[in-house]
Write a protein that binds this ligand. Structure first.
Ligand code: DGI
Ligand code: FE
Ligand code: FE
Length: 218
């Protein structure tokens, strides 16, 4: 993908405008989910990167804009955007929407996005090694937003906020929560007999290394 580092200005008006614009890309249920991810990203943003809350909201609103597309349509997007797929992706179609949403967000919402936002959209499903704090917040917000009803989502949510309430260092709490979350995702994929994307494994390893390095420091 071409570099897209340019200054963007996001204010409350642009967020409202974006909320309207994304409606035609999403089902009603997915729109509701995206709003919930936005709210959760704001909550987490206040704790971790308060200066980037508006950009987090944009990433949250755009993260699933190609989720509606079936496998054929995903492949069509890939051809359209000259995306060359690792063969792994053909066996894990659930992951494709993160790649195609990144390309579509850049094309259709170019005035709202920069590289930091595009990276978070790209990493929202699998994660990756060296995920930024911004990527991490979007990934976690997607997993724990309030409309997620699965027990594992509620448990991960409680895991983070309990640790923060108990006064644990906020980054230690985040790294530990990310490891638990990736453990859940990977266990779920193993149960289903699915291909585990190498980026998902790399992301888990990355947070384990971060936790180990803070333990050594501490
Ligand atoms: O799009 P959402 O449902 O909001 O959430 P998401 O983008 O995290 O997608 C979740 C799906 O992605 C879920 O079915 C698990 C799947 N997934 C995540 N990592 C991997 C994966 N699927 C495969 N096959 N391999 C992965 O590494
Ligand atoms: Fe998604
Ligand atoms: Fe999502």
């Amino acid at each position: 993908m071409k570099e897209c580092s340019k200054p963007i200005v996001i204010n409350d008006r642009s967020i409202d405008e974006l909320k309207e614009l994304i409606k035609s890309y999403l089902t009603d249920k997915r729109y509701h989910h995206s709003i919930c991810v936005m709210n959760e990203a704001e909550r987490l943003g206040c704790i971790y990167i308060p200066e980037k809350i508006n950009k987090l909201k944009v990433a949250a609103l755009l993260h699933d804009i190609t989720k509606k597309a079936d496998f054929e349509k995903q492949l069509q997007y890939c051809r359209e955007f000259d995306i060359i797929l690792d063969t792994d992706y053909l066996d894990s179609p659930e992951v494709l929407h993160a790649i195609t949403a990144t390309a579509l967000a850049k094309r259709d919402f170019g005035d709202f996005v920069d590289d930091e936002i595009l990276s978070a959209i790209r990493n929202h499903t699998t994660g990756n090694e060296n995920m930024t704090l911004f990527d991490t917040i979007i990934h976690l917000a997607d997993y724990i937003e309030e409309s997620r009803v699965h027990d594992s989502c509620k448990t991960i949510r409680r895991h983070l906020y309990d640790k923060l309430d108990q006064g644990e260092d906020r980054l230690d709490a985040l790294y530990d929560t990310m490891i638990c979350m990736f453990d859940n995702t990977i266990s779920y994929l193993i149960e289903k007999g699915s291909v585990i994307n190498k980026d998902t494994v790399a992301a888990r390893n990355y947070f384990i290394k971060l936790r180990n390095s803070t333990e050594t420091r501490g």
